[in-house]
Design a protein around this ligand. Structure first.
Ligand code: 1CP
Length: 333
């Protein structure tokens, strides 16, 4: 069993495995080199040889305990034939969402479009660089995918004033998303993913009264589905105020926390394994401070099953030497 799976399944508290969200990405010069020549981001994700290479890049440099497949949560709208583009200095830009088309789309046509993701997972999980390491597959949670698919751009820039106007339509889209997210999860597992992470990056946009409809109810069947396949599931409802309530209702195997919550309260109130927490901006400071902050999390969680990670993705301006120092600090603890 890999160290991450031991923490999750055996509740081990004496080891602190580490992986980092966005560990393959723009802070690595070897990634930027490939990215410069491949300007179409979706195409790059769907080039299984390059996405395998990119996935393995951080494992060649650092003693990480997991590979997370180089892909994107927006593979779901792409697979549903909604156009997805990444514009420089803007982020994702999606095309029209045709409800009739996505309702009638067949499973095999979806799989055909995103199949290179599954091929890459197979190659990564069979590569010797992942021996005794976890291969993490992932999906966006229905709410976060709904936000991108209906808003057609990051809500960081703007959320449409009339976003919630047609609630019936939103519920229909959520059901379709749920169906294809399950298909995407199943195929990732069948090809070698042995942990699934569900990213609900925009959970924090909702007032508490809407969490039932948009976050809890659509996520519960996905968590149950992953569990039914005997694979651990990590949930990351970023920005949510009440992580304890989320865990009680959604029941993930692991909860990934953001950097705005108090880790001491989390340790006290939540009994399941915890992942993440440290602010990615700490990696932009100095080694002394980095060590102090990493140790803060390790100390708080020393008697709790804990997987070290950040409270969101590693920032593009991070120096890879700082990443190396962080991994060594966690391993030497
Ligand atoms: O070079 C580039 O400009 C591309 C940057 C990039 C990368 C490296 C994007 C565009 N996606 C990715 C890969 C990615 N995305 C991974 C790979 C595995 C790894 O962690 O190393 C993962 C897990 C994701 C997941 C993802 N995509 C999320 C959830 C996590 C999070 O960051 O909150 C979200 C919200 C997306 C959408 C997306 N894709 C890319 C960007 C810049 C964004 C965010 C857009 C926004 O701000 O709304």
């Amino acid at each position: 069993m890999t160290p991450i799976n031991k923490v999750i399944i055996e509740n081990k508290t004496d080891i602190n495995p580490i992986w980092i969200m966005r560990q393959a990405g723009r802070y690595l010069p070897e990634f930027r080199k490939i990215r410069e020549k491949n300007t179409d981001f979706i195409k790059l994700c769907l080039n299984h040889e390059l996405s395998t290479e990119i996935t393995l890049q951080p494992l060649k440099r650092f003693q990480l305990d997991a590979a997370i497949i180089f892909s994107d949560i927006l593979m779901i709208p792409h697979g549903l034939n909604q156009e997805v583009n990444f514009k420089k200095n803007f982020g994702p830009l999606l095309g029209e969402l045709n409800l009739d088309l996505i309702s009638s789309l067949e499973e095999k046509d979806f799989i055909k479009k995103v199949n290179p993701v599954y091929k890459a997972i197979e190659l990564v999980s069979k590569n010797q660089l992942t021996d005794n390491k976890t291969t993490i597959g992932f999906v966006g949670a229905p709410w976060t995918l709904l936000v991108y698919m209906v808003n057609k751009q990051s809500p960081k820039l703007k959320l449409l004033d009339n976003f919630f106007e047609d609630e019936h339509k939103l519920k229909r889209i959520l059901k379709i998303i749920e169906k294809f997210v399950k298909i995407h999860i199943k195929n990732q597992i069948d090809n070698g993913a042995n942990v699934i992470q569900i990213f609900d990056s925009w959970a924090g946009l909702l007032p508490a009264k809407d969490l039932d409809s948009y976050v809890y109810n659509p996520t519960i069947p996905l968590v149950e589905f992953v569990k039914s396949l005997n694979i651990p599931v990590v949930c990351f409802p970023r920005g949510i105020k009440d992580y304890k309530n989320y865990c009680d209702i959604v029941k993930p195997d692991v909860i990934c926390i953001d950097y705005e919550v108090d880790p001491i309260q989390i340790e006290r109130n939540i009994k399941i394994p915890v992942q993440g927490g440290m602010d990615p901006k700490i990696l932009l400071t100095d080694k002394e401070n980095l060590k102090k902050e990493a140790k803060k999390y390790l100390d708080i969680f020393k008697d709790h099953p804990y997987i070290f990670n950040l409270g969101h993705g590693v920032l593009p301006e991070t120096n890879p030497d700082m990443m190396d120092y962080l991994v060594k600090t966690v391993k030497d603890y």
